[in-house]
Design a protein around this ligand. Structure first.
Ligand SMILES: C[S@@+](CC[C@H](N)C(=O)[O-])C[C@H]1O[C@@H](n2cnc3c(N)ncnc32)[C@H](O)[C@@H]1O
Length: 476
């Protein structure tokens, strides 16, 4: 029988894939179909309806849980997903106070989450990266988990949306729905004051007259400094609410360490080029975060509103410690830190090297990186603002170590080619996407690198996201 949209099937979930979905297999006359299903745990037997098919891949949504997975636990957060009644039916699936899209793996114990993440990295490197299971047994080190996997984020971005009755809402996007938000009053990923603050915002913003579009409210808080930066983003419109906004934020943040309030206006009109205008409404351009490394050193980082900072401060201390450890520096090395953000990785390596050069696209991140070098008394580091693909050239050949920490899309082929053609003997690849990591590792190993160490490190507890650090060496 041909598999088609609307078909109802019973399937058993084999495992979870990167992206969070469960994977099931279904045999038809046309061959085996791989079906992705959200909101399920490994081993679960579910009734699904197929809603998407492409070649031998399909997607389905659950209509009934027939047999639960032994791994399933009761989620901690009241806003997490739908619940299941005694008959195995989903209840409250469309209740907007539930189904928050903020984290998707709360129905698994933390120890199972990290085991599954380790497995996903291993399988990606084997299936996409072409690394044999035997080699992976030798190369892969156990995942670095978090002791307390809650309240760990230093940044949350909340979105504004109008509901069906025209009321302005603010919250996190619902699972799989980009034009609807969950009115959360509690969040176990950020500091626990955020729930009350969101409730106040939902009272404040609908009463402000504004002819543009409310977009997002981003809140960043240094986990080790308590310093806060808030950024409201709007699109178009005439802004005459600045004083009211400042007054509201200052009152709401009373007793907290607010350092900076930004207003970002996106000018997006038909026929003109999109322009983003950033204004500091109150306070300084940056907030600071402090990072502790396992070797006892600590670093202070200045972070502007648009600059990237690893979202889990505690785990990023472990991440940078791991990078320092596997870099195994002797003191005379020249290092390229590509996609360097605010300079964090390079700054932690500089003390044990001769020279570090950081390359980063975001101008304000580069400004912060330069300040960070001064703040941490590091004088053997310099930064170039530009696109790695364009800035990176044969100079990379002089490097004894190249560190790359690209966005989820991974490295592009030109960057990989430049690194392969250079004389750089050592490469550390920090990745937040095991699929693109595996794709790039395949090209790098075909180009003469050998994969020596792989270690996942959990930066995104309760979610499917995975961070991995890999060490590659050039074969002579
Ligand atoms: C995953 S972050 C890594 C930041 C930094 N290594 C850290 O640990 O904080 C990726 C960074 O790459 C930058 N980026 C994205 N595309 C880039 C490109 N083509 N060239 C240079 N930098 C880029 C982003 O602005 C972001 O700061």
């Amino acid at each position: 029988m041909k598999l088609k949209k609307g078909d109802k099937l019973q399937v058993t979930i084999q495992n979870l894939a990167f992206g969070g979905a469960g994977v099931a297999h279904h045999q038809t006359d046309q061959g085996n179909f791989v079906i992705f299903v959200d909101g399920v745990a490994p081993g679960e037997k579910v009734e699904i309806v197929i809603n998407h098919i492409k070649k031998r891949l399909a997607k389905g949504y659950v209509t009934k849980y027939i047999e639960y997975s032994k791994l399933r636990i009761k989620p901690k957060c009241p806003h997490f997903g739908s619940d299941i009644n005694d008959q195995g039916e989903i209840i409250d699936a469309f209740d907007k106070s539930r189904n928050c899209g903020g984290c998707s793996w709360q129905f698994l114990s933390y120890s199972d989450q990290i085991k599954i993440k380790e497995k996903i990295v291993k399988e990606s490197l084997n299936r996409i990266g072409g690394i044999s299971e035997n080699d992976l047994e030798l190369i892969m080190r156990p995942i670095v988990g978090m002791e307390t996997p809650w309240f760990y984020r230093n940044k949350m971005e909340f979105s504004f949306e109008y509901d069906k009755s025209g009321i302005l809402n603010l919250g996190l996007h619902l699972k799989g729905r980009h034009h609807d938000v969950s009115k959360i009053e509690q969040c176990f990923l950020f500091n626990d004051w955020i729930g009350d603050f969101l409730v106040k915002c939902r009272d404040f913003f609908p009463n402000i007259k504004f002819d543009g579009t409310w977009k997002t409210l981003t809140v960043r808080e240094g986990q080790n400094t308590g310093e806060i930066l808030i950024n409201l983003a709007v699109e178009n419109g005439n802004i005459d609410f600045e004083e009211e906004l400042i007054d509201f934020i200052l009152k709401s943040m009373k007793g907290k360490n607010l350092k900076s309030l930004y207003l970002t206006q996106i000018h997006n009109k038909k026929g003109t080029r999109k322009k983003i205008e950033e204004k500091i409404l109150w306070g300084k351009a940056e907030f600071q975060e402090k990072l502790f490394l396992e070797d006892g050193r600590s670093f202070i980082f200045n972070v502007t509103s648009q600059a990237f900072l690893q979202p889990n401060t505690k785990q990023s201390g472990k991440l940078y410690s791991l990078i320092n450890q596997i870099a195994d520096l002797k003191g005379d090395e020249k290092i390229f830190d590509l996609y360097c953000g605010t300079g964090t990785i390079g700054l932690t390596l500089a003390e044990s090297a001769a020279k570090v050069i950081g390359i980063e696209l975001n101008e304000s991140a580069i400004e912060s990186a330069k300040k960070n070098a001064i703040l941490n008394s590091v004088d053997n580091i310099s930064f170039i603002c530009g696109n790695v693909t364009e800035v990176l050239n044969e100079n990379v050949g002089e490097a004894d170590l190249v560190v790359v920490d690209p966005p989820r899309a991974g490295l592009n082929e030109k960057v990989i080619k430049t690194i392969i053609e250079s004389n750089s003997p050592k490469l550390i690849y920090v990745s937040c996407n095991p699929t693109t990591l595996a794709r790039d590792i395949k090209l790098l190993t075909e180009g003469g690198f050998k994969l020596e160490i792989v270690r996942p490190i959990d930066q995104f507890c309760q979610t499917y996201h995975i961070e991995t650090v890999s060490l590659l060496k050039k074969i002579d």
